[in-house]
Design a protein around this ligand. Sequence first.
Ligand code: TMP
Length: 210
Amino acid sequence: MFLALEGVDGCGKTTQLKLLTEHFIRHGYDVLATREPGGSRLGHDLRRILLDPAATDITPLAELFLYLADRAQHVAAVIRPALAAGRLVLCDRFADSTIVYQGYGRGMDPSQIFELCHLAVDGLWPDLTIVLDLEPAVALARAQARRPAAAAAPEGRFEAESLAFHVRVREGYRALAAQNRQRMAVVDASGSPEAVFDTIVRVLEERGLA
Ligand code: TMP
């Protein structure tokens, strides 16, 4: 089984991924928790380039192809082998991040990006993608709060984007999920981590995935 978690920066994905990993391990699964960008050896270097706040001159198209390169490598070198070995793969962000951030956020055509993602993943999509839905202003405040007080600068290039950018990202996720109800589910992420986790488990149970 292959599950992905998505949402705006600061929506709580990483916390939920940790809780889900512990949940599935308790239930006897061999879990691989991974993330994009950065889940492969090549991806580790690409993540540093992609999130460097000083890299202000990367063009939207170059950015798109770097995310696709990260994903192509991640799928081929890490995710497919793990699934083939019978492991359960939990991924912090996947192709929908590209459709939403580079498409809805940067203003490129989401359907064209979907096609490029389909090529990059060689047809492998998660069994379910859970979108943690949260007001971008609340999510960004959370992201800022978790940074050490000494680090005044935003963590990555996307955190430094305008609120309007993140509003487009959130709307992008909601639109995409509405068009793809089979493979995506939206979960309200405004509650406590425990409440959000309970909702995720309920959604997985409803779909026969937990
Ligand atoms: P993270 O902070 O959730 O690890 O994500 C890194 C940033 O990269 C986040 O701001 C979203 C962005 N991103 C894209 O713009 N496109 C993508 O395809 C992915 C995977 C992430």
